[in-house]
Ligand binder design. Structure first.
Ligand code: KG4
Ligand code: ZN
Length: 345
């Protein structure tokens, strides 16, 4: 079965074709047109600008993706079995472009359409090319620019949100720190590049709090970290010379809270698999630390994180979720799919 995936929740215009057979899920094409260069000068995503870029990029991206998968772009009926589109959560003006495109293609080609929750898409990025290795119950730490969630997954589409952030998301914390330090956009990769420059054998003398680490729940809070960084640099006339040290300690605080709470939840729920998902899963410190803690503290539990190109927003993850929904007969008609920018998992 072949699924065409479409993703336009924020600032990436993406399309992908995946081929699925049982638990074997292969990516035939994965096209992403990033708007980073456009939004860089504003230091963040401007929704109206993002929507206009999606309109310009959408059809070329779909065409490229179909072509790369060896599918005729003028008529994919008979070659593609269904279309899956991210219909929320996200920026409403961005989501509309992907959803309306998917609806038009589904109507024209006579294909079923599946609306996919963007967070579910991130979770399913882990199923690409290795679905057979994932055992339930699984725990997924979903960390992106908009979300920080610990999700217990008992089976396909059976989710329980164990905890989430009470304020800023982990990616948002990285983005805001990068803005305060004026080191570039997007913030996550900029902070981790700076952190790598820090000589770890020396002491930085900088100490960030570990918010909510000792609480008896699985919630997070990251807005205090950003405030703490602001106060610290205001008091440090030499902060510009110590950016790697600040980034190293800031990243360490986030990674420590995320991984400790994940391990606690995994032990509590006796899961068989721990997975990372979302843009912040591109962070190598987080990946390494969590992997290490899973192997040291959770005997027999598997650990996975999505391959590089499937960490930040992409359409292969949307197609992957669409494939499993199609297997369960959860397909719809183009008329029934609408945008829900506040959709919950
Ligand atoms: O999943 P995603 O592409 O979009 C949302 O759904 O939000 O995640 C984007 C977020 C941004 O906040 C970005 O700074 C963060 O992921 N990010 C990273 C890294 N790469 C991207 N955060 C930390 N380390 C990275 N290497
Ligand atoms: Zn995302």
């Amino acid at each position: 079965m072949k699924i065409l995936g479409i993703e336009t929740s924020c600032d990436e215009t993406a399309a992908s074709v995946v081929h699925g057979e049982g638990n074997d899920l292969r990516v035939l094409s994965n096209t992403v047109s990033s708007q980073i260069e456009v939004h860089k000068k504003y230091g963040g995503v401007i929704p109206e600008v993002a929507a206009r870029q999606h309109v310009l990029n959408m059809l070329p991206v779909v065409n490229e993706s179909l072509e790369e998968a060896g599918i005729k772009k003028d008529n994919a009926s008979g070659e593609v079995d269904a279309i899956a589109v991210a219909n929320g959560p996200g920026l409403v003006t961005s989501l509309i472009v992907g959803v309306e495109t998917a609806k038009s293609l589904a109507l024209t080609w006579g294909l079923p359409l599946i609306g996919i929750n963007h967070i579910e898409g991130h979770i399913y990025s882990n199923f690409l090319e290795r679905a057979e290795d994932i055992e339930f119950p699984a725990l997924i730490l979903t960390v992106s620019g908009g979300h920080t969630m610990l999700i217990l997954m008992r089976d396909h589409f059976d989710y329980e949100v164990l905890g989430e952030t009470r304020d800023d998301a982990a990616g948002e914390a990285f983005d805001k720190a990068a803005q305060l330090l004026d080191i570039g956009y997007p913030g996550g990769p900029a902070v981790s590049r700076q952190a790598e420059k820090f000589q770890q054998q020396t002491s930085s003398g900088i100490e960030f709090p570990r918010p909510m680490l000792k609480n008896n729940d699985f919630d997070f809070s990251f807005s205090g970290l950003k405030t703490s960084l602001l106060y610290k640099i205001e008091k440090d006339p030499e902060w510009k010379e110590r950016i790697p040290a600040y980034c190293y300690e800031f990243q360490k605080a986030i990674v420590e809270v995320l991984s400790r709470k994940t391990i606690k939840a995994a032990l509590d729920k006796k899961v068989k698999t721990v997975m990372l998902a979302g843009g912040v899963s591109a962070n190598s410190e987080l990946k390494e630390q969590l992997k290490k803690e899973v192997s040291e503290k959770l005997s027999g539990v598997k650990f996975f994180s999505p391959n590089g190109e499937y960490t930040t927003d992409n359409a292969a993850m949307i197609a992957a979720a669409g494939y499993y929904r199609t297997l369960e007969g959860q397909v719809s008609d183009w008329k029934n799919i609408t945008v829900n920018c506040n959709a919950e998992l």
